[in-house]
Design a protein around this ligand. Sequence first.
Ligand SMILES: Nc1ncnc2c1ncn2[C@@H]1O[C@H](COP(=O)(O)OP(=O)(O)OP(=O)(O)O)[C@@H](O)[C@H]1O
Length: 593
Amino acid sequence: MNYDLNQLAGAQQKTSIYSGLKKLLQLIAHERKNLLFALCAILVNSGLNLLGPYIIGHTLDNYVVKADEHISSAERYHGVLMNCAMLLGIYLITLVSSYLQTRLMGGVGQRMLFTLRNAIFNKLQQLPVAFFNQNKAGDLISRVNNDTDKINQFFSQSLMQFIGSIATMVGAGIFLLAINLKLGAAALAPGLLILLFTTVVSPWVKRTNARNLKSVGGMSAEIQESLNNFKVIIAFNRRDYFRKRFDVANQQNYKTAIGAGLANNIFMPVYTLFASFAQLAVLTYGIYLISEGEFTVGLLISYFSYTTNFYNPLRQLATLWANFQVAMAGWDRISQILDMETDLATVTDNSVNNSTALLDFKNVHFAYGDNEILHNINFKMERGKTYALVGPTGGGKTTTASLIARLYDPTSGNVLLNGKDIRSYQPTDRSKKIGFILQEPFLFTGTVRENILYGNEAYAGYTDVQLEEAIKNAGLGKLLAMFDAGLETQVLSAGNSISLGQKQLIAFMRAVLRNPDLLILDEATANIDTITEKLLSEILNNLPQHTTRVIIAHRLNTIENADEIFFVNGGEVVRAGSFDDAMGLLLNNKRVS
Ligand SMILES: Nc1ncnc2c1ncn2[C@@H]1O[C@H](COP(=O)(O)OP(=O)(O)OP(=O)(O)O)[C@@H](O)[C@H]1O
């Protein structure tokens, strides 16, 4: 299955703004109350702002331009003062409502960021190994950090301004048309041209931003790769090579960022130009209407304010629209992860199998992409026995072990665990039954204790003394004693606080403590001295009766106690009997050739 996000990008970028926004809003459905309050605040704000120009126009017409002779100057003065007081009240209420709106939306934005990052992280935890093989960690980190932040910025800063601007525009448009239909139409006509321009240009702006976010992800992947491998880079003197690679990624990012900046800033000047056309139309046509006696000076002044009230938010919308395009491009990249279907779903197994073995491979084929690695594999593994997988490098041993642990599913055929399709087990049940120790075990930054407890939640409440007791009971006491500070020894996930061999010992203790039915060791003792390795082999021999062991190793002494050896090579897994049988077979083969 194709899990490469950057290859899927083309297909998935076609999500419409409406459906993208709808899905995004579903994610913050629980914020409905806050959004509603903020919306009320913004509507109050916009509505009151629109009353201002009308009151000013009304004041001018009634108390200044055509003041009625019957009104004394004291009454006129009083009228003007009353209207000013009303305006002051309006301005104060808009101040409070705009504060409320900013506060509410700031909170919504931060909570949304939290929810989004959580959703992506949880999704990442469910995705199969193939997903991580096909995508670079740096790009994924950029999606979790950078792209979610773009959405947060839009929601916390721009969304309410966006709605406020639209509300002000609609209100101003209504006032313009209601006061004078013909002049209103002339004032609003350039707005239609703006709408047309926006519709045509927006897809290009979104595409340009998507390209930019992709190159930010690419650059982040470059940085991550060179930081992770800095020792190899220094040892092989590959600094120039990586510097050049980074330079290419940085250049690429620079170019796409310039493109995105250009695209995001294209709206503003065009909107300003059309807004000026509107003011000109109001001025010339308005003066003509006044000369015809169809309009008043006070209303013309209100009209200018309303035209400004219509076009200013429109200009603001230009910036907000660009922010929205950036956010939607980020959302597309995030939805690619959220929409990713895992092909390792749990299936129901109603078939009747009479297999009594712990593990049963039935006609298993497996391919990475188009490259078939295992062809029609059939073998069984019984409870409590020790099996070794041997064979040349690249022969398929790790791949076979990965199928046993269901890191991948067969392309065809079945793997049965306890007579049931391995795909029918819930991930938690399966991982309880199977322990997997890798050549380069992953440890978290923390203490040995914390690393042992990872995946061993049953011991979470244990005191150090109780845990040490459990470790001793599992036969692991001598291993723990190899760490100077015992359970409190510090481990750095990406550092050199302990050796690779010591890391393997911690992973070994972690896996054995889980008391799994099946324990897989993939070159898990390759970095351990022969004396400690003997100790590990004793521990393995003393595991509970029911535990089956699968050992992948190149060193012969590691596998000499195996009950059965399998040769894994050329797409086949062949039974070779016990260690002695296998050695005999190997010697005979050599003699023949
Ligand atoms: N993630 C992957 N994507 C594509 N091909 C892979 C992947 N992992 C392994 N392969 C290929 O599958 C084949 C078998 O690899 P595998 O790691 O199973 O061999 P192995 O016998 O365990 O080798 P080694 O002894 O070196 O660990 C190799 O040709 C390898 O290149």
